[in-house]
Write a protein that binds this ligand. Structure first.
Ligand code: HPA
Length: 274
């Protein structure tokens, strides 16, 4: 998608938004639960925003909510666009570009992921501490538009340390099992083989998934602070004697919804106090 297209979508969406939102949240598959206390001012059906890439994943409603969460102006994407759906990387990151243009300062990216680290259990949460991006094309490839950011953005601290520490504090207080880890993004949609998982483990990955990293890169390009939270929906292939199924991934994600909402709301509340 070219920048004319992105700015056109931005101008359409901006009509619904009356204050500059501070926080953006992406709720991944199965994690699209009601956020407690989210006072929704506008619900934007992205299917009707001209030019906006259409989601093809069942259960991803493709909506953008705008309102206040814990007193903070917030936008929430219900669902995301995935590379495996056939979009180019610059289409996949459209929601992040729009968020950046709207003035979002903090982006909370959530997903379900397969655990490569054997210390993780299904239903645990992992704060993404770092990532491995080189199995999918870089979303910033192509001509750089300086309105978004610089040509060669630094990736030393993609995931905000302060937000990681805040999330850990909340998890401890609320008795939620949480870890830190390295997330690797693959293109999907097939799950990995056991040999691929062993290779990824040797590369230093703790979690595997089909999203998030490209979004985080785009957010950092636009200087947003990023918090990445994975829900361990399954053990990665070969870690246990069980075949992979998307249904299991969704069921686990659904079953941890309440804890997940507690974490996200807690993080937003801490931002109100900053
Ligand atoms: N592999 C890739 N993506 C995933 C997985 C997995 O095991 N679980 C959830 N998303």
């Amino acid at each position: 998608m070219d920048n004319v297209g992105i700015f056109r979508i931005y101008n359409e969406i901006k009509k619904y938004i009356d204050k500059i939102p501070k926080v953006g949240i992406v709720l991944g598959s199965g994690l699209e639960n009601d956020l407690c206390h989210f006072d929704i001012k506008k619900e934007i059906d992205l299917r009707y925003i001209e030019g906006y890439p259409k989601t093809t994943v069942k259960g991803h409603s493709g909506k953008l909510l705008y309102g206040t969460l814990e007193g903070v102006e917030t936008i929430v994407y219900l669902g995301r666009l995935h590379f495996y759906e056939g979009y180019s990387m610059d289409e996949v990151i459209v929601p992040m570009r729009i968020a950046g243009l709207l003035g979002i300062e903090v982006m909370i990216l959530t997903n379900s992921a397969g655990a490569i680290n054997c210390n993780y259990k299904v239903g645990d949460f992992v704060l993404i501490e770092d990532h491995i991006s080189f199995f999918v094309p870089n979303c910033l490839r192509g001509e750089n538009d300086e309105r978004y950011g610089i040509r060669f953005p630094d990736m030393t601290h993609v995931y905000d340390k302060v937000l990681i520490e805040k999330a850990e504090e909340i998890a401890k207080r609320e008795n939620i099992n949480i870890h830190r880890g390295v997330y690797v993004q693959l293109s999907g949609p097939s799950f990995e083989t056991a040999a691929e998982i062993r290779a990824l483990k040797n590369l230093g990955a703790d979690l595997v998934g089909m999203s998030t990293v490209c979004e985080a890169i785009c957010c950092r390009h636009m200087k947003m602070r990023v918090c990445g939270i994975s829900c361990v929906s399954n053990m990665a292939t070969g870690m246990i004697e069980q075949e992979q199924s998307y249904k299991d991934v969704k069921n686990t994600a659904n079953s941890v919804g309440n804890k997940f909402v507690t974490l996200v709301c807690g993080i937003v509340k801490s931002l109100a106090e900053e």
